[in-house]
Design a protein around this ligand. Sequence first.
Ligand SMILES: Nc1ncnc2c1ncn2[C@@H]1O[C@H](COP(=O)(O)OP(=O)(O)O)[C@@H](O)[C@H]1O
Ligand SMILES: [Mg+2]
Length: 286
Amino acid sequence: MTDATDPNEATDQAGAAPTAQHHSADVDRSGTPLCELRDIKVSFGGLHAVDGVTIDLFAGEVVALVGGNGAGKSTLMHTLSGAHPADAGTILINGEPAVIHNPRDARRFGVEVIYQKLALADNIDAGANVFLGRELRTLTGALDDEAMDAATKKLMQRLNPRFKNLKTPVQSLSGGQRQSVAIARAVHFNARILIMDEPTAALGPAETAEVRELINQLRSDGIGIFLISHDIHDVFDLADRISVMLQGKLVGTVDKDKVTKDEVLAMIIMGKQPGDVTNEEIAELH
Ligand SMILES: Nc1ncnc2c1ncn2[C@@H]1O[C@H](COP(=O)(O)OP(=O)(O)O)[C@@H](O)[C@H]1O
Ligand SMILES: [Mg+2]
């Protein structure tokens, strides 16, 4: 646990329970990865947006995908989510080759994207959103609101115990709570791999703390998360490993616990490997 007497921690978390710092070594990487992207290539005309990138993700792991604007992060994740298929390369899910042409294919392999602009129906409550388009019905075919509410309540108790607004239209929920609803929906329908693109970008400190706790809960449930983020603090708080992209290529994948923030910045900006970077170059970063 973080030190509750640390004044920075107290302000940052704004009443949230302190979250334990996660360590890369806590993840079991001895078996088959949940997901591997091998030698993925995507071109737009003559532009190699993703140029032979290989990354993987284990159950219960958060892999941050970082890099400057235009590095190819979103395009790489689009090949996994089915938004834009790869031109070349292989996707393996639990060690088996997976053909993903569209989001429906991706969902069948347990891949869900939590969009920054969350795709929720604003005027209905959390439960109705969790089950939207996949409603539970009674034997007579009527909507089984009671069953959907009970299932949502149970899900939320596990994912985000502070979520209390089960009957509120989601438009009046905070950004962090809306994200909880989107994640509950994905998890209820058996998502094993979540892609989160800048999940805390539009959130204040208390909501950011809530989303961080949510991510830690998902991790302990054995879900794997690809986290696209340009917030180096989020990355160091949440990720187990960090994969860095620059101009469509993978610079490298590092254990969060084995690098400094400056070394990761040098990877992002200069494409330098940790260890190859000089003190002068580090100074130039600041
Ligand atoms: N649909 C598209 N058509 C043409 N070029 C694209 C398209 N999507 C992305 N690109 C280009 O591919 C490169 C990688 O973009 P992107 O994957 O969005 O990077 P990132 O998410 O790291 O900022 C950029 O040069 C971008 O302009
Ligand atoms: Mg992007």
